[in-house]
Write a protein that binds this ligand. Sequence first.
Ligand code: NAP
Length: 323
Amino acid sequence: MSKTTQAKVVIIGSGPAGYTAAIYAARAMLDPILIQGVQPGGQLTITTDVENYPGFADVIQGPWLMEQMQKQAAHVGTQVVTDHVNKVDLARRPFRLECDSGHIYFADTLILATGAQARWLDLPSEQKFRGYGVSACATCDGFFYRGKEVLVIGGGNTAVEEALFLTNFASKVTVVHRRDSFRAERILQERLYQNPKISVLWHTVLQDVGGDENPFKVKAAVLRNVKTGEITERPIDGIFIAIGHSPASELVGGQVEMKHSGYIKTAPHSTATSVPGVFAAGDVADDIYRQAVTAAGLGCIAALEAEKFLAAHGEAEPRLAAE
Ligand code: NAP
């Protein structure tokens, strides 16, 4: 027989949305359970400097911020569980969640805060050399490129931040962008233009990755100018893909309404999903702002809405005996 637990509020995900939801639900005496997932702390644990989270005059570190959020959530009474939910059944309340450990949770209300993960170009060569010179995380892998030359693909905040971070190690960083202007914040762009180690290739895309197979090692990037069609091969040691993120919503695929892009649909000015009692907060549902602080705000709203829902509908019949 599986181990089972029923809770008034279960939160899946441990980024700013998940922990903020947990803090508010715990302080509303709802005894929330938060299931962390495979990357406890979420995307901020693979970033470094955080300068735009309010409340800190000095630059803080992403992993430190997430540690503080986790401690605060636990301190106010959240049960933080290190496990990964692999299956959910939202057909009726309480909702049933199955974890990798075999533990089954029944949730009177559920807050989905599973976030998003880095997108790939999906070139066969990119996948072949993933981990051998192709990466989507400068913070994780930048250290391996001391004195080497690297490319960063993309033109948003992530690409510019990764390029700046990589100058701590690499001798030369080239940002490859498909248009002729960045969508990154102006302040980041200014820093990039002022950094003598960084140059930019506009109107250019990565077409292929070349390298050795024994052992696997990136050696070159095949680049295409999208305006002229010209193809060039450039010797390179590492390629960082920074072209945005996809929502981690597969877990509830077919059970809650989603947009074409895979982001979970929520009611206007609300975190309510198409399933009563299920709320979605943070990057899994927000395809516009995607900031740590907006995720935290949405997590707060989700907890307040779960509290209201429980007050209106009461707790669900226990399903523990059925397992
Ligand atoms: P993003 O803003 O969506 O930017 C993705 C970039 O990749 C765009 O420049 C896009 O080009 C390019 N791109 C997308 N698909 C491509 C493809 N197939 N081939 C070549 N280029 C491609 O993603 P992000 O930079 O990861 O940022 C995501 C969100 O997180 C944003 O809201 C951002 O503000 C936020 N964020 C904030 C911070 C911060 O505040 N410090 C740090 C990181 C991220 P186009 O420009 O041509 O579309």
